[in-house]
Ligand binder design. Structure first.
Ligand code: IMP
Ligand code: MG
Length: 178
């Protein structure tokens, strides 16, 4: 194992099984309706790609990019939109696809912004949730894994733009960021 990592938190096999199951659950819940997956860049790109292929419904995909992290490992709470949707979501079933919810500040800003555009419905799906660190009033409708308060990378998640291509979710060793 790369010495930047302290341990493996979720293996690719475990992630794969959970994402497939999540796709089936969403397929059942929406009962033939069309949904728009809003992939929150950049961290959710791999999760969204796998999830989209596990959903058996008419699916549209669009992308939005927000940032509140720089080099630090904590949200600044000051959320910036770097790239907005290209699609008009009015009257559509919107599913915000997030990699990890930490303070919840990023998602709260994005959800409030999306609500102003009058979607038919809006729900949140996240791969990971660090519930104990929540500051904003945000609860995902769908969550693959609740995880402890550790900084993780891989399967799309980065630290300082690195490690996104690591196939498993790994706990980053503190020495990398302290
Ligand atoms: P929040 O606004 O504090 O909920 O931050 C959410 C965003 O911070 C996520 O979309 C991630 O991009 C990033 N983030 C939070 N925790 C981690 C982590 O453990 N590893 C990598 N990125 C993280
Ligand atoms: Mg993110």
């Amino acid at each position: 194992m790369n010495s930047d990592f302290k341990s493996i938190l979720l293996s690719r096999e475990k992630i794969d099984a959970a994402v497939k199951q999540m796709g089936e659950r969403i397929t059942q819940d929406y009962n033939g309706e069309e949904i728009v997956l809003v992939c929150i860049l950049r961290g959710a790109f791999i999760f969204c790609a796998d999830l989209a292929r596990s959903i058996d419904l008419p699916v549209e995909v669009d992308f939005i990019s927000a940032s509140s992290y720089g080099r630090a490992t904590e949200s600044s709470g000051n959320v910036q939109i770097n790239k907005d949707l290209e699609m008009d979501i009015e009257g559509k079933n919107v599913m915000l696809v997030e990699d990890i919810i930490d303070s919840g500040l990023t998602l709260k800003t994005l959800r409030d912004m999306m609500l102003l555009r009058n979607p038919k419905s809006i729900r949140i799906v996240t791969l990971l949730d660090k519930t104990e660190r929540r500051k904003a009033d945000i609860h995902p409708d769908y969550c693959c894994f609740d995880i402890p308060d550790e900084f993780v990378v891989g399967y799309g998640l980065d630290y300082d733009s690195r490690y996104r291509n690591v196939p498993d979710v790994m706990v980053l060793d503190e020495k990398v960021y302290s």
